[in-house]
Structure formats: structure tokens, C-alpha cells
Write a protein that binds this ligand. Sequence first.
Ligand code: TYM
Length: 348
Amino acid sequence: MTTPRPRVLSGVQPTGALHLGNWLGAIRNWVELQDSHDTFFCVVDLHAITVPHDPARLAEDTLTTAALYLACGIDPQRSTVFVQSQVSAHSELCWLLNCVTPLNWLERMIQFKEKALKQGADVSTGLLDYPVLMAADILLYDADLVPVGEDQKQHLELARDIAQQRINARFGSNGADGERLPLLKVPEPLILREGARVMSLTDGSSKMSKSDPNEGSRITLLDPPDLITKKIKRAKTDPVMGLEFGNPERPEADNLLSLYALLSGRSRESAASECASMGWGAFKPLLAEATVEALRPMQQSYADLRHDPATLLAVLAEGRERARMVADETLQRVRQALGFLQPSGPDA
Ligand code: TYM
């Protein structure tokens, strides 16, 4: 008998166009895992409504995000690609986990505090609960590994704590020789050093983010070449000559040089030596060209996929079936352990 491959689950919210941070911090790493792992990638549309959203855009943005997954190299033959809201076990497990998660664990979450500050009195219960839904996403698939960017580290720790301390410790069963049998797999984060924290083009000390009102702060995966060039041209610089890594006084130099290394496929050493005495005026066109070239194949393949919605919908329909089989089985296990009455009758 062959041992099953370790399981991977991750997702991106379909809120506006995905940017270089989402790609370099997350999706790029998913692609590599497909050969060695059993991979599940969802478009987390339920997370997208935790802040005010436009109902006229949600479905389209969900399809766009799924198409971007495929265009970036996610292969539906090897990976299960699906839409979170189409697998109802996500919402149901979220409720069960809500009831064992202490409120103060959620109030400590940095992302909640940051986003809540921006929204003032209007902040929703969903935003507070966001990490519990994320824990449900992961725990439903018994994921071993969750590849994400640096900003998700705290949410991953919460998912681990919920699984370990609140579910397994309380509802796990005792094995034949008395050891505790876990009910849910405790996942590990996978955060690669390079690309895990891509910073804003207009402020090297804050994260590149979909919610920054300044579009010039990010490069989206669908920006055309002239817009990419324009955004890079306007990116914040400093008065020092030469690009370098790791100088805390020069966050923009570190960020743009890191992007150059990643997007041109050079090692950090070779990018650093190539640009060590280069002025910003020479460096920026180089970075723009590397960015345009790195995104070109993905943009081409995205355009083809978006012209063929039937194929995309078929991928998501198949993904949904595969995801449901796994998720429903886990949900059933948790329902049973929590002591719910099993349904009976002809439809049960
Ligand atoms: P989202 O949509 O905000 O981000 C998606 C992924 O992109 C990474 N990321 C970044 N990486 C590097 N630099 C950046 N500037 C940057 N900005 C974003 C995020 O770390 C993330 O990996 N809560 C998740 C979505 C989610 C999820 C899950 C992830 C819901 N359920 C289950 C994994 C497993 C999020 O932040 O989405």
C-alpha cells in the first residue's frame, strides 16, 4: 500500500485583482507543491463579505480569481480547485468551532484590530470571526501544510490552537492503549522567506495590500505593461545611489531589489551585485521589464481561460464534488464527537 501524500490547503479572497504579494507570497508556492502533495485550493468568497462588498461583482471576482489560479499554474488534474461557499461544510464547521473558541483569542488578532480600526462602528461580527472560518477551511481537509504569506502566521497559530486545545483535547477519543487520538489534524504553516512579505510601492514599510486606496501602491497580476512601467516609475525611492538588501533605513531599496530578484529569476546574491552601484534611474526600467516578462505568460493564459467560462465552471464543479467528499467526512466526524443526534429517515 502506498502512503497517502501530505495534504495542502490554501486560498485567496476574491476581492479585486490579485497583486504581486498574493502571487509571490502564496500562489507561486502552491504550484510547486502539486507534484509532491495532495493539493486543495479554494477561492474564499465567504471571507470576502466580512467587509462591505458589491454583490454585483462577487461572482465575477470569484471566477476571475479561479482563472488566475489556473493561469498561474494550478493544474486541475493534480489539484482540487473550488469555491468555498459552494461547500457548505465550511460554514457549518465554522459554527461548531465558534462555540469552543474564546472571544479573547479573536480580539487579539492583529489583522482584525487593523481592519476594525479602519471601519469604526460598522465593523461586522464576520470580520471578528474571519480566522475561525479560516480554521474551518483548513481543518476540514486535515491539511498538513498551509502555504501562505507572512501576514497569515497568526491566523495559522489560531487554527492550530483551536484544533489542539479546543477540539482534540476536549473531544478526541482514547485509543486502545490509552493514548489520546486526535479528532482533527494540527496543520503547519508554510511561509517561505522570499516573497512572504511584499511591501507597498509607495511605502516600503507597509505591506502591499488589496485594500490600499492608492492603486499605485500595488501591481496587480492583470496590469498591462504600460501601467506596470508607470507604477514602477512612480514608486517611492530614496536619495541613496545603489540598491541593497537589509538596510533598515532603506525599506524601498530592499523591497524593490527583492522583487527584482524574484521576478527575474536571479539569486539574491546576483541581483545584489548587479545593482549594487546602479542608480534608481537605471534600476527602475530593469525592474519594470522583469515584472512585465514574469507576468506575460500568466496574463496570456488568463485571457484564454476567461474567454472560455464553460471550461472554468466545469473545473469548479468537479473541484466542488471532490472537496465536498473530503469536507463532509470530516464534518461528520466532528458532529459525532460533539454528540449531535444523527439524522434518521429516508433522506438521512
Ligand atoms: P488574502 O486574499 O488576503 O491573501 C491571500 C494570500 O496572499 C498572501 N499575501 C501576501 N504575501 C506576501 N506579501 C504580501 N504583501 C501579501 N498580501 C497577501 C497572504 O498571506 C495569503 O497567503 N485569510 C487568507 C485567506 C484564507 C486562507 C484560508 C488561506 C482563507 N482561508 C485557508 C489559507 C488557508 C488571506 O489573507 O487572504
